[in-house]
Design a protein around this ligand. Structure first.
Ligand SMILES: Nc1ncnc2c1ncn2[C@@H]1O[C@H](COP(=O)(O)OP(=O)(O)O)[C@@H](O)[C@H]1O
Ligand SMILES: [Mg+2]
Length: 238
């Protein structure tokens, strides 16, 4: 697979106050790929996601979406340019119903794409349909994660960014989210997943980038990572 470049992250340095957290982070994701950004707790995965989204603006380096520079823009402009971000805390509207959350998330993509409708969401997320009138804050963690992903897709993003989608969920639910993401990949979605849980990503991602202490230490296909015991042991063992 050698699709069009969707996102290109180049040489990012990010600081919180005076402490440097990211050191020259770079990787790219092409159309139709599912990229796993893997690393231990504290490695810099969330900071990388936030830097891309403009929530932790980089002091150096750049981020381009389909060849257009987006770093330096305000977060809402970056989102509108075609990035759909599901943060760690999911940020659903907990007092609204499931369907209202989906409607609130609905907008055309940056090039007028409107592939995602409520109807299509319920086809891909059949578990959400019977919950459509439920208050989102009363859903289980797994249901909330599905809703957060579905709501973000309703914005027709060019790239879906998920920060630790498996975190805090029971193994059976994690499997369900994994199957769902695999299905999204199957219908051509381009996805960037930050995860500590390598096993969650192995059956799901097409590519993997490893981050350690704020630096990219490896970037390759998932098959290469599966075959590379040394890299997995060195950077991903707990
Ligand atoms: N708001 C913050 N202020 C200062 N340091 C932070 C902040 N958020 C994260 N860090 C530090 O930045 C490093 C990377 O954190 P993070 O990107 O959240 O890692 P990960 O998502 O891989 O677990 C950690 O050392 C963490 O303690
Ligand atoms: Mg994190």
């Amino acid at each position: 697979m050698n699709g069009k470049l969707i996102i290109e992250v180049e040489d990012l340095d990010v600081y919180y106050g005076t402490s440097q957290i990211l050191f020259g982070v770079e990787f790219s994701v092409r159309q139709g790929e599912t990229m796993a950004l893997l690393g231990r707790n504290g490695a810099g995965k969330s900071t990388t996601m936030k830097a891309i989204m403009g929530l932790a603006p980089p002091r150096r380096g750049k981020v381009s979406l389909r060849g257009k520079l987006i770093s330096g823009l305000k977060p809402h402009r970056i989102a509108r340019a075609g990035l759909g971000f599901v943060p760690e805390d999911r940020q659903i509207f907990s007092e609204h119903t499931v369907e209202d959350n989906l409607l609130i998330g609905g907008k055309k993509g940056p090039e007028g794409q409107d592939d995602w409708t409520i109807k299509r969401i319920y086809q891909v997320f059949p578990l959400l349909e019977p919950l459509r009138h439920r208050i989102a804050g009363r859903l289980s963690g797994g249901e909330q994660q599905m809703l957060a992903i579905a709501r973000t897709l309703m914005g027709n993003p060019a790239l879906l960014l998920l920060d630790e989608p498996s975190e805090g969920l029971a193994p059976i639910i994690v499997q369900r989210i994994s199957a769902l993401l695999k299905q999204l990949r199957g219908i051509g979605a381009t996805i960037l997943i930050a995860e500590q849980n390598m096993h969650f990503c192995l059956g799901l991602a097409s590519h993997a980038t490893l981050i350690d202490k704020g630096q990219i230490v490896y970037s390759h296909t998932i098959e290469d990572l599966k075959a590379n015991d040394d890299i997995r042991r060195r950077y991903l063992a707990l």
